[in-house]
Design a protein around this ligand. Structure first.
Ligand code: GLN
Length: 488
């Protein structure tokens, strides 16, 4: 596979695309043909999709969108091409969660978020690749082959929403949905120069999301600008009778108004944590926050009361425990992969042996272990206590400032570089898990393209403070000029 980084191009953001449709400068059919060209050029190398909608269906949808624009009946995403992570249920395309276990499974219903996108005129182009059951940080654990980073095909695009980041980075979609349990839209955003927003826990319905760790995860929008992820969020957010954890609230802003200025920003920097980053990442991070300070933002250097040391172990203990319990449903009796034996346990063992990949098996084993009699107190209960400590420290901090960190401590690794060392792999999530453990919203966006490789920054905000996060992110976008970039 060809390595080495490529150039940089610009593509429309969703907002620009919609303006161009409105002005009659671009036609949805023309746009969809461009997207199909990008697919033909890149997809074989990148492997961003597990399944794709048929070209005729896409063109039909684009023609319908064109008619609606002409008649003045365009909806909020009319003619916008969206990629949907393949752990989000669709009744019109298979939903595999990146696992052989679900190969060929077509859900009988659409996830709530998918219904909402369709109602607004989005054109769903396909289902994006992911680490099996969303367990991973690089995109290499998919049963359907790894996704490669369009910025450098020898490198990973970040996971687990690897295909959602990659399709945005080479122009096969205008926006995408991912899921974020411990950073799965923010790592891909950091590695593909896109924007990922993990909403406040409960803000987006999880109905139809194939679960990994329910107490941590949220379906999350990705796009090429912070404005775009907010538009997507507004559409998919809201209470849902099918998800008892969903809350019927609007994302709010602490400052109460749009048009946030740098001098309205207070950023807290957990210095000890930032030290975990490699040099290039640290440099890009301090350079960006330094520029914000120069424009009037307040910076404060803080500690996070132990979260520095405990976030990763607490996250992985809780996530794996929940994963073990969720994955118990794949027993070879209901879903595509079945065992041949008549005996229930043998059938389940056979199906799991064939259906699950190595990392998923490893996680089930660890998850069962931390929940087992005699060890539960030592591991699972201890992790839930640590979670509370971390959450309290985070809630206190985001009451006065946005927590700023790099999005990932390292540059996008090469394919195969980290995948055999679980601990190194898990360490990539050191910044992102903080938000999931605390239920807080967080955004990741690009701040620099260095040697052709993207570097991302993360901001974590107060509960329901998505607008504030997006406002702060758009100030950073004004500084960097990186909204709307794609690999060229
Ligand atoms: N990398 C983390 C994990 O493997 C997060 C994955 C996710 O957010 N789905 O658990």
């Amino acid at each position: 596979m060809e390595g080495g980084s490529r150039g940089l191009r610009r593509a429309y953001t969703v907002k620009q695309l919609l303006e161009s449709y409105r002005a009659g400068d671009t036609d949805p059919v023309e746009h969809v043909s461009k997207v199909l060209d990008a697919l033909r050029r890149w997809e074989r190398d990148v492997n961003a999709f597990i399944s794709l909608e048929a070209e005729e269906v896409l063109i039909d949808a684009a023609e319908e969108a064109a008619r609606r624009w002409r008649r003045g009946e365009a909806r909020r995403l009319e003619g916008v091409v969206v990629g949907v992570k393949d752990n989000i249920s669709t009744s019109f395309l298979p939903t595999t969660a990146g696992s052989r276990m679900l190969d060929g499974y077509i859900p009988p219903f659409n996830a709530t978020v998918v219904e909402k996108l369709l109602m607004e005129g989005a054109i769903i182009i396909g289902k994006t690749n992911l680490d099996e059951f969303a367990m991973g940080s690089t995109g290499e654990f998919s049963a359907f082959g790894p996704t490669r980073n369009p910025w450098d095909l020898s490198r990973v695009p970040g996971g687990s929403s690897s295909g959602s980041g990659a399709c945005l980075a080479y122009g096969a979609c205008d926006a995408a949905l991912g899921s974020d349990t411990g950073g799965s839209v923010r790592l891909p955003a950091a590695y593909t120069a896109t924007v990922g927003l993990k909403p406040t826990y409960g803000l987006v319905s999880r109905y139809g999301l194939i679960p990994y760790a329910n107490s941590l995860e949220q379906i999350s929008p990705m796009a090429r600008s912070s404005e775009d992820v907010m538009l997507l969020l507004e559409i998919i957010a809201g209470g849902d009778e099918y998800d008892a954890t969903s809350i019927d609230r609007e994302p709010t802003t602490a400052s109460g108004e749009e048009g946030l200025k740098p001098e309205d920003l207070s950023l807290c920097i957990p210095e000890e944590l930032v030290e975990h980053s490699e040099e290039a990442v640290k440099k890009a991070f301090y350079n960006t926050v330094g520029k914000l300070e120069g424009l009037g933002a307040r910076l404060e250097y803080i500690g996070l009361g132990g979260a520095e040391a405990y976030a990763l172990p607490a996250y992985y203990t809780i996530a794996l425990a929940e994963a073990a319990s969720n994955l118990a449903r794949y027993d070879g009796s209901l879903y595509p992969v079945r065992g041949s034996s008549g005996d229930y346990w043998r059938q389940a063992a056979e199906a799991r042996g064939i259906g699950f990949g190595l990392e998923v098996k490893r996680r089930i084993l660890m998850g069962v272990y931390v929940l087992s009699e005699g060890y539960k107190d030592e591991y699972y209960l201890a992790a839930t206590k640590l979670r509370r400590v971390i959450r309290d420290a985070m809630l206190k901090t985001v009451g006065k400032c946005l927590v700023a960190t790099p999005a990932s401590p390292i540059m996008p690794p090469r394919i195969g570089e980290r995948v055999d060392d679980p601990l190194k792999l898990y360490a990539m999530d050191v910044y992102t898990v903080l938000a999931n453990l605390s239920g807080l919203p967080a955004i990741a966006l690009p701040v620099e393209i260095r040697g052709g490789l993207p570097i991302g920054l993360q901001l974590i905000g107060p509960r329901l403070g998505e607008r504030l996060l997006a406002g702060a992110a758009s100030i950073i976008e004004d500084l960097t000029g990186l909204a709307g970039v794609v690999a060229g």
